[in-house]
Design a protein around this ligand. Structure first.
Ligand code: AMP
Ligand code: MG
Length: 414
């Protein structure tokens, strides 16, 4: 047996990051930058108004109060996207809307709420006068050039895992393309002569359950899932399907056929290809895990062999496959985080075999603001329906007794 950390190290070494490519930044949510992004220009690119109001010379308003307002001549109105055609001279103002460039000659914008227009109802027409009832400090109401991002500044460093706000930042500096790691195309091939996808079950058959689950997990892991269907337990046929899968996948997940049984074809197929690493990982469930690589058009393609029991497949994906795929997509930090939660019920399952249990737990926040967990009823590795309601995996080392009220590390499920 190998501990989880050791298994992860071996597996990640077999799943090196893909070559970075040019990504369309608007489509890159969840992808990782492979190069720094430096701002080619300032954001905002010009001084502009942060309010709807009047662009003025602050000195013109010295001494203005409610009782002694100052009157200014209005040269016209500047909307966001347009530009004033004349500079302001003493005693003049431009009406400006939020985002409009601050006209030449002005050094402050006074909010419309501190003013009242005179003469016409149509505010901001040339020839209007505006009455300003307060002083204004130089620079008030103005968003300065480069006050968000300065030209030449490092906007996002290599290694950034892009989130929606980052896509906005990239758009704001005009970075339409960025250098990063693309989404992996990951095939899912489930194996087993007993598996059927529809129709009446004949004796000995079961409905296949893991393909939909794994494809959905991959989509949530920011991969592009490729459904490779259901294979039987015939080793030659399986080899054939794996060989063709690696032609257009960056990784392949298989499911089933990696344990000690008589007909464990994934293990046998990978063995025949000559690149099998077969692990007994010290975790419960999901002890068996196999991986290897097959030659693809752009280099070796990792094949990750998950166990077939549905709960084992889920746990194996979260603990092993997901970090490996994240590593292949350039994540600087591929491992899942655990949070410390309070156990609301005992969580001890000592087996004495040295395997760390990943118990499926229901999760919820208590009035104390802490995460509270309790085990779902049905912890066997075929009981997927019980695990489906679990929000996390509680990590309990073999022999540890977690009593109600104790803290326990929990890995939150997506
Ligand atoms: P295996 O890992 O192939 O030895 O399978 C272990 C157990 O999981 C057996 O009971 C299989 O019938 C079951 N199993 C394997 N693959 C699937 C699947 N895709 N859907 C549902 N059950 C499966
Ligand atoms: Mg099987």
């Amino acid at each position: 047996m190998i501990d989880l950390a050791g298994a992860r190290r071996l597996l990640l070494a077999a799943c090196p990051p893909l070559e970075p490519v040019q990504l369309d930044s608007a489509e890159a949510d969840g992808c990782v930058l492979a190069a720094d992004v430096v701002a080619p220009g300032n954001v905002p690119p010009f001084d502009n108004s942060s309010v709807d109001g009047y662009a003025v010379r602050a000195t013109d308003l010295a001494g203005a109060t409610e009782d002694a307002p100052v009157q200014l001549d209005v040269l016209g109105s500047v909307l966001a996207g347009s530009v004033a055609d004349r500079p302001v001279r003493p005693g003049q103002a431009w009406k400006v809307m939020t985002g409009a460039p601050v006209p030449e000659g002005t050094d402050a914008v006074v909010m419309v709420e501190r003013t009242s227009a005179t003469r016409t109802e149509q505010l901001g027409a040339a020839g209007d006068r505006v009455e300003v009832r307060a002083e204004v400090a130089v620079g008030a109401g103005i968003r300065r050039t480069g006050s968000d991002v300065r030209a030449g500044e490092l906007v996002l460093p290599a290694g950034t895992v892009l989130r929606p706000a980052h896509l906005g930042v990239l758009a704001s500096v005009g970075a339409r393309r960025v250098t990063g790691y693309r989404r992996l195309r990951v095939g899912v091939l489930v194996t087993g002569d007993e598996l059927v996808t529809d129709g009446e079950l004949r004796p000995g058959q079961i409905y296949e359950s893991n393909r939909a689950m794994l494809l959905a997990l991959l989509a949530r892991a920011n991969c592009r899932p490729v459904d490779l269907g259901v294979a039987g337990d015939d080793v030659a046929a399986l080899r054939q399907r794996l060989s063709s899968a690696v032609r257009d996948c960056d990784a392949v997940l298989t499911c089933g056929g990696v344990s000690m049984g008589d007909s464990d074809p994934v293990r046998a197929a990978l063995e025949e290809f000559g690149g099998l690493t077969w692990l007994q990982v010290a975790i419960r469930p999901a002890k068996p895990f196999a991986f290897g690589t097959l030659p693809g058009p752009a280099g070796p393609v990792p094949i990750l062999g998950l166990p077939g029991n549905p709960v084992s497949a889920l746990v194996s994906f979260e603990l092993l496959a997901r970090p490996a795929l994240r590593h292949r997509m350039g994540h600087p930090d591929p491992y899942p985080a655990t949070v410390l939660a309070i156990a609301d019920a005992p969580l001890s399952r000592p087996h004495g075999d040295g395997r760390t249990a990943y118990l499926r737990v229901g999760c919820g926040f208590g009035p104390d603001g802490r995460l509270h967990v309790r085990p779902v009823a049905g912890q066997d590795s075929h009981q997927l329906s019980a695990s489906a309601s679990a929000g996390g995996l509680a990590e309990v080392a073999d022999g540890r007794q977690v009593a109600a009220g104790d803290e326990v590390p929990v890995l939150l499920l997506s």
